[in-house]
Design a protein. Structure first.
Length: 557
């Protein structure tokens, strides 16, 4: 603890392994390695901001060089080495900012100094903060030294972006991933700090600080610092005042906004948003909290309401639970995607507030469209069911009665829709009933003939060889004369006739003979067969010059 500092984040910075919060396993591992004289050549600490990367690096440096040893590590009365390390002025401990010393020349200089043994301590230690800022050449120059350093040399790296650190470096380090500090542990810590500072802040305000800090101890202490400076000497700082200080708002406003949003009440939705905006809430913060409530509505059944969950109180939890029972998952997922898209668009517009209002209005219309589409689907399903019933002979009800009943049900269901919507639905049902089913290649050619698609029929018969035919998929081979728009035209017509998307696939296999060649071969075979018959012989005996050139089948044959 730095008692002379007035900034809480520095004043309550951990000085020993026991002071650390949320990283107990990492602290114990490093403590045991130093105690057993098996410390790594290089340590790599990664994690979000404010979880203790640089702090642990300094504690490791002190643990390696403390004159009292690792088991009696200085806590209050520091030895000379620990005191100088804490004040960042130890001659053998180099704490470097990699962002300002990222070049290969800086690294070469560092390696040059590393050749000399420590002056007043057991180990010479280099602490490189934000090491991901080092250049590729700088990293490469460190490789050999990292792998086989002198016994007295240790490296400690800290970074928030581990993906930017070369794998060859990571493999030469003992890596530790520092996790976010959980809400309950962080709450207890800042409450202790508040009590030590004689602050008057209630627990609800402290829980808001924990939520905003997102697991970062430094952020939590910085926010607590602001809260302590803003408090009234006579009263405790409460949740509403804290929300104004930090630019956050009560979630009950947002939950009410969702209630009216799903009811389609545009006036109330806009009024609630404007009251939120007038509290000084930034549009981006509003959208992020909007996403958070969406998440809770979708997953409320799998979320436990407990003391460690500082995001929702009991009333908010119950309200969200009620909303979730009335809204479908497809609506929530669509809202989520639309909100993410709006977040990315905010930087494009000059007036973000107006953009949010239009975003909410668009959501109202999206919700209405989903409701109408759902209703239409219900009606279409009811019509299809009624028509299927009319075709089933096991019912004694006549077809006219079934159609009348289906019609009455349909009229009853769509009485709240406009006349135009009703007409569209009826046309859609009629079109669906008129769709055809094609079960083989021959039927497809006959259908082209019936639909007067002469060009398409010609291509199918002359330039296409069938490989395989299945529902919604035709596999063919073709010759060089095939029209370049054949696939496009055939796919379009198949969709028009059947109401389904068909796949037209080209195959390297030879496939069957084309229909034209197949018919020609069949006719040739028939002629040859008839020439061997008795009738042809009799005609040939009577008329020697006669020649059989064609055969036509009558309807009976």
């Amino acid at each position: 603890m730095n008692k002379n500092s007035k900034v809480l984040a520095l004043k309550y910075r951990p000085k020993t392994f026991k002071d650390l919060i949320g990283q107990e396993i990492i602290a114990e591992t490093i403590y045991n390695s130093i105690k057993q004289n098996r410390s790594a050549n290089a340590y790599l600490f990664t994690g979000i901001r404010g979880v203790g990367k640089t702090t642990i690096a300094r504690i490791v440096a002190k643990a390696l060089n403390c004159k009292n040893g690792i088991e009696n590590l200085c806590k209050d009365n520091f030895c000379e080495n620990c005191e100088e390390i804490s004040n960042s002025n130890h001659i053998d401990i180099f704490e470097l900012d990699a962002a300002s010393r990222s070049s290969v020349e800086n690294t070469k200089e560092l390696i040059e100094f590393s050749r000399y043994a420590p002056t007043s301590s057991k180990y010479k230690i280099y602490i490189l903060d934000e090491c991901h800022m080092l250049s590729r050449q700088a990293w490469n120059s460190l490789l050999k030294t990292l792998e086989e350093p002198p016994e007295y040399l240790k490296f400690i790296f800290a970074t928030t972006e581990i993906n930017k650190v070369p794998v060859t470096i990571v493999s030469r380090c003992q890596r530790f991933d520092l996790s976010r500090v959980n809400s309950e542990e962080l709450f207890k810590f800042i409450k202790e700090v508040k009590n030590k500072e004689n602050g008057k802040i209630n627990d609800e305000a402290l829980k808001l600080i924990v939520k905003i800090s997102e697991g970062s101890v430094r952020d939590a202490l910085s926010l607590l610092d602001r809260a302590l400076l803003s408090q009234n000497e006579n009263t405790d700082l409460d949740l509403k005042t804290a929300q104004k200080i930090f630019g956050y708002f009560d979630k009950s406003y947002l939950i009410n906004l969702f209630k009216f949003l799903f009811k389609g009440n545009e006036k109330e939705v806009i009024n609630i948003y404007r009251s939120i905006y007038n509290q000084g809430v930034e549009p981006k913060i509003f959208l992020n909290d909007f996403l958070e409530i969406l998440y809770y509505i979708k997953n409320i059944s799998s979320i436990r309401q407990e003391g460690t969950n500082f995001s929702l109180n009991d009333k908010e939890f119950k309200d969200i639970d009620l909303i979730s029972k009335e809204v479908g998952a497809e609506t929530l997922l669509l809202f989520w995607q639309f909100t993410i898209k709006t977040l990315s668009e905010l930087n494009v517009v000059s007036n973000q507030n107006l953009s949010i209002e239009m975003f909410l209005i668009r959501l109202l219309y999206i919700k209405q469209d989903i409701r109408i589409d759902k209703k239409k689907n219900e009606i279409l399903n009811q019509e299809k069911y009624s028509i299927d019933m009319s075709k089933n002979e096991q019912f004694d009800v006549s077809k006219d009665e079934i159609n009348l009943e289906a019609k009455n049900k349909t009229i009853s269901q769509i009485k709240n829709f406009s006349q135009e919507e009703t007409l569209n639905i009826e046309n859609k049902i009629e079109d669906q009933l008129n769709k055809l089913k094609i079960i083989n290649f021959a039927e497809l050619i006959n259908l082209c003939d019936k639909k007067k698609e002469v060009k398409l029929k010609y291509e199918l018969e002359t330039n296409v060889s069938l490989v395989s035919f299945a529902d919604q998929k035709i596999e063919i081979s073709f010759n060089d004369n095939l029209d370049k728009n054949f696939v496009k035209n055939l796919s379009s017509k198949l969709y028009e006739w059947t109401g389904k998307r068909w796949i037209i696939a080209f195959s390297k296999e030879i496939g069957q003979l084309s229909e034209k060649i197949k018919k020609k071969t069949e006719k040739t075979n028939m002629i040859e067969k008839e020439k061997r018959g008795e009738l042809y012989k009799k005609i040939k005996d009577s008329i020697p010059d006669a020649e059989l050139i064609d055969i036509k089948l009558n309807n009976d044959d």
